[in-house]
Design a protein around this ligand. Structure first.
Ligand SMILES: Cc1cc2nc3c(=O)[nH]c(=O)nc-3n(C[C@H](O)[C@H](O)[C@H](O)COP(=O)(O)OP(=O)(O)OC[C@H]3O[C@@H](n4cnc5c(N)ncnc54)[C@H](O)[C@@H]3O)c2cc1C
Ligand SMILES: *[C@@H]1O[C@H](CO)[C@@H](O)[C@H](O)[C@H]1NC(C)=O
Ligand SMILES: *[C@@H]1O[C@H](CO)[C@@H](O)[C@H](O)[C@H]1NC(C)=O
Ligand SMILES: *[C@@H]1O[C@H](CO)[C@@H](O)[C@H](O)[C@H]1NC(C)=O
Ligand SMILES: *[C@@H]1O[C@H](CO)[C@@H](O)[C@H](O)[C@H]1NC(C)=O
Ligand SMILES: *[C@@H]1O[C@H](CO)[C@@H](O)[C@H](O)[C@H]1NC(C)=O
Ligand SMILES: *[C@@H]1O[C@H](CO)[C@@H](O)[C@H](O)[C@H]1NC(C)=O
Ligand SMILES: *[C@@H]1O[C@H](CO)[C@@H](O)[C@H](O)[C@H]1NC(C)=O
Ligand SMILES: *[C@@H]1O[C@H](CO)[C@@H](O)[C@H](O)[C@H]1NC(C)=O
Ligand SMILES: *[C@@H]1O[C@H](CO)[C@@H](O)[C@H](O)[C@H]1NC(C)=O
Length: 510
């Protein structure tokens, strides 16, 4: 039975998988000379920062949060500063080389090939400068830092920035795609708090970008991801930080309808921008549990905000008053529910508000897909999740940018995901085939949930998808909306040689 379902799905996917892998093999064959040539040249120019398979540095450079986003590059390089990045870009894009490459910051991309490559892996791990300017109320940070590393340095100074919510996420991809933060209700997305970028264009030219000096690039880099070169530093606004209140609450399946009632109440009635909630319905060990992260940006929440939720019996509760760094660090385990090496695929449903029937449907869909995929996978663990993120007027601080997030349509991301056990030594082509199966299931799960949201009037089929969560084949129209033509024109202007077509991502150059 299981084999039949699997075999049928594989047959349906057959053409796609064949095409994808032949393209992959084709490009690996066709470009192996380019990658070898680039790696030889890089090794001659920068022997001290280039690595090859087998070395520890190489292993670190290609490592990703999820195994399915990991690939065996030809070589890796760790630029020490902006000039190194510039020299590397010039070499990779040389007309006689044009090697496939990838840029990795925190390596948390869910899409295979977005920050991995069979060619030159550029790891920004050494770009870790952090300079706090107390007078301006800003901090300039290197794109190789993780948000937790930034928070750990800012906390003793009494200030914080609008960054990642969970341990380990990189500053790079996060801040070029949007950035939904615990601070978003109060200050906007991360891109709304960026006042300057330092970027190396695809040509290798270094540019300091502010709204005053480079308005086009300033717009483009706020959502344009890796289309406009490699960003080496960003300058962000800081805000004073006190102790915070919050943590994770876990509820068993029998209590979900009470939880959903409390969550929809919060979604529709909360008016305090310091309060936030992320709910995750997770299918694991044959049942759906709800993990609810609550956050209040102050030592104690005013009475009422979380009371109905806190009154429901929990399986586990880790809510307390604590430092911001402590709070963010507690989320490591819950986001990595599969022990051992795992593959992971994620997508997003754009939703403006959460009703109880919609939350119930999310849990029901997660249950159905979790049970089926577990049955199909022969006892190997599969985790299925859907995660509403409850913000309050998150786009009211919007300052524009390539990622459309107007106050007139505040679509927030509900993530859907599937995690599965896998073998890190599987060849990339075999891993891709396995991954494609889960991607196809994830699309169906997301479609089912969005259909319900659309029928409830809280989502539209043409609502913008958050690019940091969206699957790799999401249409550009759904990522950039009415900004798409301007974004494409800017990509043509800043990358006339189409150097960024040599890397993965939501490419604007076609
Ligand atoms: C555990 C976990 C928690 C998360 N939490 C949140 C959250 O709270 N809020 C949220 O909004 N998102 C969140 N995300 C999604 C996150 O924003 C994306 O996964 C993002 O891509 C991560 O950035 P990264 O630098 O770690 O990834 P990478 O894989 O290193 O990069 C992602 C993409 O950005 C490009 N890129 C990276 N750095 C640069 C650079 N300096 N210049 C040009 N291009 C660059 C890469 O080439 C790649 O295409 C989370 C993801 C995970 C896995
Ligand atoms: C890289 O360069 C060093 C010399 O600096 C050389 O010893 C090494 O063999 C080169 N590596 C490769 C894979 O070419
Ligand atoms: C990575 O590539 C190197 C060189 O081609 C090869 O020796 C090694 O076996 C590969 N590793 C994996 C995990 O595929
Ligand atoms: C960008 O700004 C930095 C810091 O002020 C400066 O060192 C650098 O030279 C500037 N780069 C360009 C290309 O102007
Ligand atoms: C932030 O803290 C500093 C130092 O304690 C203080 O001088 C300043 O007024 C505070 N700013 C705000 C907006 O609270
Ligand atoms: C609610 O959760 C508690 C704690 O996990 C559990 O003991 C109880 O049985 C649950 N209620 C139902 C109806 O399942
Ligand atoms: C919002 O609050 C009002 C007033 O307390 C209440 O009647 C309503 O049920 C709440 N909404 C939800 C979805 O719980
Ligand atoms: C689960 O599997 C059954 C039997 O194959 C099928 O009828 C049903 O549609 C599947 N449900 C989901 C959510 O995939
Ligand atoms: C499922 O289990 C059987 C029996 O142990 C094994 O032969 C088969 O390879 C497994 N299939 C998968 C996909 O793991
Ligand atoms: C950039 O400058 C323009 C023109 O002065 C202004 O309209 C716009 O709001 C500014 N954008 C940001 C993000 O500050």
């Amino acid at each position: 039975m299981r084999r039949t379902v699997l075999a049928t799905t594989l047959l349906m996917l057959g053409t796609l998988v064949f095409d994808a892998s032949s393209q992959l093999i084709g490009s690996e064959d066709g470009s192996s000379t380019a990658a070898d040539k680039a790696c030889q040249s890089l090794n001659e120019t920068f022997p001290e920062i280039v690595s090859f398979p087998g070395s520890e540095q190489f292993a670190d450079d290609v490592e990703h949060w999820t195994v399915s986003s990991q690939q065996n590059a030809t070589c890796s390089v760790e630029p020490r500063d902006t000039s190194d990045v510039s020299a590397i870009m010039k070499l990779i894009g040389r007309p006689d080389i044009r090697a496939p490459f990838a840029v990795k910051s925190g390596g948390h991309s869910f899409n295979p090939g977005f920050s991995s490559t069979p060619g030159v892996q550029i790891s920004l791990a050494r770009l870790t400068d952090l300079v706090y300017d107390e007078t301006q109320g800003t901090v300039t940070i290197g794109m190789g830092l993780t948000w937790t590393q930034v928070y750990e340095q800012l906390e003793p100074l009494g200030v914080m920035v609008t960054g990642g919510r969970i341990n380990g996420v990189g500053v790079g991809g996060f801040s070029l795609g949007g950035g939904f933060s615990w601070k978003t209700n109060q200050y906007g997305l991360t891109i709304d708090t960026i006042v300057a970028h330092e970027v190396v264009l695809p040509s290798g030219q270094q540019v300091n970008v502010t709204n005053a000096t480079e308005p086009d690039l300033f717009f483009a880099l706020k959502g344009g991801l890796n289309n406009f070169g490699i960003v080496t530093k960003i300058t962000l606004e800081t805000h004073n930080q006190s102790l915070v209140y919050g943590g994770a609450l876990t509820y068993s399946s029998g209590n979900l309808s009470q939880v959903n009632s409390a969550v929809s109440d919060f979604s529709q009635n909360n008016t305090d921008p310091k309060a936030q909630m992320v709910v995750t319905y997770v299918y694991t060990h044959n049942e759906v549990v709800a993990l609810v992260f609550i956050f209040y940006d102050g030592p104690t929440p005013p009475a009422g905000i979380f009371d109905s939720l806190l009154a429901i019996p929990t399986v586990a509760s880790e809510v307390k008053t604590q430092t911001f760094v402590n709070f963010v660090s507690t989320f490591v385990q819950v986001e990595q529910p599969v022990t051992g090496p795992f593959g992971d695929t994620q997508h997003v449903i754009p939703i403006v508000q959460y009703t109880q029937p919609l939350l119930d449907e999310m849990a029901t869909q997660v249950q159905a897909f979790g049970a089926n995929l577990t049955a199909q996978n022969n006892g190997s663990t599969v985790v299925v999740g859907a995660a509403p993120e409850l913000f309050l007027n998150p786009f009211s601080h919007s300052r524009g940018g390539a990622y459309p997030h107007p106050p007139s349509r505040e679509v927030t991301p509900a993530a859907t995901y599937i995690s599965y056990q896998t073998d890190p030594n599987l060849p990339f082509a075999a891993q891709s085939t396995k991954h494609a199966l889960f991607v196809s299931e994830l699309k169906q799960l997301s479609y089912n949930i969005q259909a319900r949201a659309v029928s409830e009037g809280v989502s539209r089929w043409d609502d913008i998808l958050y690019p940091n969560y969206a699957l790799a084949d999401s249409p550009l129209e759904l990522l950039y909306g009415s900004n798409l033509e301007r974004c494409k024109a800017l990509a043509a202007k800043y990358d006339p040689q189409r150097v960024m077509s040599l890397t993965g991502g939501f490419y604007l150059g076609n």
